[in-house]
Design a protein around this ligand. Structure first.
Ligand code: 4AD
Ligand code: MG
Length: 436
């Protein structure tokens, strides 16, 4: 007999024989009837054993099935008004495929109160819970949506080295690795390579890849290894073109998830509304708005997490939007490769995207003119020519271009309103955690 997934039992006729497989989520013993709540990747079903209909030894064995053991059950589908979903499976035979040890190291029931650290120690058991798996099903849908969007907009998907000789992101510390007899670093961003591939003639590229940051921060939004969604586009008019693309991307992602992840959204009790037009305000305007709420920041200061959060509230109230682009960050806090606006030596053609009060992306128009870039690097104390492979990109007709780096994990965290970024990562890495 072929296995039927639990979600497909709804299409099976009353009285038909079925074979189902999964894990024992819960056993209920009412002496003359025994219930096994069986869970597979698609859902849960009540399987019931009735004393006279199940062979006697098998009937008694049910009580001894340890929770989270994997099972194979043969039985008959029976419509039953009393069952939660209107039908159940009457057990005729079953096999324990593999017994789980008892007691379980974490609580896998819906109301689990095991803390997140312990849950991650036993992530493979934690993820058996439908409400945890729903997060990762949706994350998978987000990746599909991102890929679908960029592919349909004519971007080329690229993969760039994660073992690198140098980085260009100021302020993002790198992990050093021994590379035979040389020193190398784990990539802190595909920045150099995506710009290179625009210049290489692809014009529009994107990458979904791992990014490493040796940040010793213990926050609910930082990890040391995250998934970056990076894109770069050539021949842009200005950074507005990049923001237009990002706006379209988010509308697509949310519509896609709404359409394709209905069941998982229901499990998480989340409703999503796509943005319409994402408001764009300059850093100066943002600081004025913040000052109005008592949060004062100097001209050259960055937005801290409190400022981002307050700004999120102001924009939600003022523009009825959960998203906001803050543009024109001060030059003093941006990397050397961000273009400066014409006649404004202290500003940059850059932006951050803030979603529900947290930065999820940083973007900019890049400086593509070699001489100007060299001068800008010097202002930051960098000798551009010491980064020969990067410098060379700008010497052979590199077009005006810009792009963004987006944190996928933070994006999923914001999308599903998760309290900690680690909830959006299957096996997170932070200053304390190197396992599992
Ligand atoms: O803001 P970041 O550092 O910008 C860049 O990497 C530039 N190359 C982007 C560009 O194309 N101009 O990183 C981009 C995004 C952040 O907005 C955030 O969402 C995420 O990556 N991010 C992190 N996510 C989790 N943990 C961390 N430690 C992160 N650091 C950055
Ligand atoms: Mg940033």
């Amino acid at each position: 007999m072929l296995r039927t997934y639990i979600q497909d039992l709804k299409d099976v006729k009353d009285g038909e024989k079925v074979l189902i497989k999964g894990w024992a989520a819960h056993i209920k013993d009412l002496s003359k009837v025994k219930f096994v709540i069986l869970r597979d990747k698609t859902g849960e079903i009540q399987a019931v054993a009735v004393k006279d209909k199940t062979p006697n030894d098998k009937f008694e064995e049910i009580t001894k099935i340890p929770p989270e053991s994997s099972l194979s059950i043969e039985g008959t589908l029976k419509k039953n008004k009393v069952a939660k979903i209107g039908y159940e499976v009457v057990i005729e035979n079953f096999e324990i495929l593999n017994k789980a040890e008892t007691p379980l190291p974490i609580d896998t029931t819906p109301k689990s109160n095991t803390n997140i650290d312990k849950r991650i120690d036993y992530r493979f058991l934690d993820v058996r819970r439908p409400e945890i798996r729903a997060i990762f099903n949706i994350r998978s849908a987000v990746v599909r949506a991102v890929t679908e969007f960029f592919d349909s907009e004519g971007f080329t998907n690229i993969s760039t080295p994660k073992i690198t000789a140098a980085g260009v992101e100021s302020g993002a510390e790198m992990f050093a690795v021994k590379y035979f007899n040389k020193e190398a670093f784990l990539s802190q961003s595909p920045q150099i390579y995506k710009q290179m591939m625009v210049a290489a003639g692809f014009e529009k590229v994107y990458e979904i890849g791992t990014v490493f940051r040796a940040e010793k921060s213990h926050t609910t939004r930082h990890v040391t290894e995250f998934t970056g969604v990076d894109m770069e586009m050539g021949f842009i008019k200005d950074m507005g073109d990049v923001m237009d693309a990002v706006e379209k991307l988010f509308i697509h992602i949310i519509n896609y998830v709404n359409k394709n992840s209905t069941k998982d959204l229901e499990t998480l009790k989340i409703e999503l509304t796509p943005p319409k037009n994402i408001p764009r305000i300059t850093m100066q305007e943002a600081k004025k708005l913040l000052a109005g709420k008592g949060k004062k920041l100097s001209e050259k200061e960055d937005l801290d997490s409190e400022a981002e959060s307050i700004l999120g509230e102001i924009i939600a109230e003022k523009h009825n939007s959960n998203f906001v682009f803050v543009t024109n960050y001060p030059w003093s806090i941006r990397p050397f490769y961000h273009m400066k606006p014409e006649g404004d030596n202290e500003g940059t053609c850059s932006f951050d995207l803030i979603w529900n009060g947290v930065e999820i992306a940083t973007g900019a128009q890049r400086e593509h003119r070699y001489d100007v870039l060299k001068k800008q690097a010097k202002e930051k104390g960098i000798d551009l020519d010491s980064m020969k492979e990067y410098a060379d990109i700008f010497k052979f007709g590199c077009p005006p271009h810009g792009g963004i780096g987006l944190g996928l994990d933070r994006m999923v965290q914001r999308l599903l309103k998760l309290s900690n970024i680690r909830e959006a990562i299957l096996l997170p890495r932070d200053p304390e955690r190197l396992t599992p």
